[in-house]
Design a protein around this ligand. Structure first.
Ligand SMILES: [Mn+2]
Length: 294
């Protein structure tokens, strides 16, 4: 009898981990000799935390890809991976134009691959399993805000939460990975990035907070800390971004040694695709003005 090895994608995210775990469980119940393996040496802290939240320890799956003539491979949450032998099944939700031929190929629009596996098969899974399926759908779609969101999956998640008493709001917040702000200095440089914007030395960081207004005092302390920080590190500007992960709004604090400007965004604003490009434009003009004046 063949042995099946289930593999997620490299640098596995929450959906990849949960899908592998769910499929292993389902196939075992159906009598297959199957094992979910995470061959990556490192799993991010965030993804360990998200899995732990629903009682899953992803590190227990970390090992090298077994390579034995009797082994067949199954991919979840992606359709490409170099494996030693035949891939017999793929379950995925990433659109592709590629011609993929394997014995079992399922690729459908879905909030997450874990939804594809668990939907219509609730009876095979525990409450924790279904809860982590709900969470992974949220993680994979930025809490149902990304254009990957599929309404029928969203409705299914809502119905599971209602049926089994999962705390929908708490899952939504958890899926957005709130920042630990117990250490003000550490939190103030969460996700620190350094940028050279139109010749200006800029740094940025962000917080994910379920209720920023409730933490305004801590935010103010962080701003004070960052004022000292930019002086010490020689930055012209620090872009400190506070995301409200309940109402999906963002606040940008543009911190300089002698001033603070605040910009409100009526959406969850991406640092990379909106804030940094906007700052670059602004700093270019700033440069020009300075040149013209002198
Ligand atoms: Mn996915």
């Amino acid at each position: 009898m063949s042995k099946y090895i289930i593999l997620g994608h490299e640098n596995p995210d929450n959906d990849s981990i949960v899908s592998g775990y769910l499929l292993e469980k389902l196939m075992k119940r159906l009598g297959y000799d199957v094992e979910f393996v995470i061959p990556d040496e490192a799993i991010s802290e965030e993804n360990i935390m998200l899995a732990n939240y629903c009682g899953l320890d992803p590190t227990s799956y970390q090992k090298e890809i077994p390579n034995d003539p009797s082994i067949k491979y199954i991919l979840v949450d992606h359709h490409e991976r170099i494996v030693p032998r035949e891939i017999v099944a793929i379950i995925d939700h990433h659109p592709t134009d590629k011609d993929i031929s394997c014995k079992y190929y399922q690729n459908e629009r879905a909030c997450s691959t874990s939804c594809l596996i668990a939907k219509d098969r609730e009876r095979f899974f525990s409450l924790d399993d279904l809860k982590m399926t709900c969470l992974s759908a949220m993680v994979d779609t930025a809490a149902f805000h990304s254009n990957k969101t599929v309404v029928r999956d969203y409705l299914w998640v809502r119905s599971l939460c209602a049926k089994y008493g999962f705390n929908y709001e708490e899952l939504m917040t958890t899926s957005m990975c709130p920042t630990d702000i117990s250490d003000i200095e550490k939190a103030s440089i969460n996700g620190l990035k350094k940028h050279d914007l139109a010749g200006h030395k800029v740094a940025s960081s962000f917080l994910h907070l379920p209720s920023p207004t409730a933490n305004q005092e801590e935010i103010n302390q962080m701003i004070e800390h960052l004022k000292t920080y930019i002086k010490e590190e020689g930055y012209d500007l620090f872009a400190f971004i506070v995301h409200d992960i309940t109402n999906f709004k963002s606040t940008l604090y543009k911190i300089r040694e002698d001033s603070i400007d605040t910009v409100q965004y009526d959406e969850y604003t991406s640092r990379g695709t909106r804030i940094i490009p906007e700052l670059t434009e602004e700093l270019k003009t700033y440069q020009k003005k300075k040149t013209t004046n002198s």
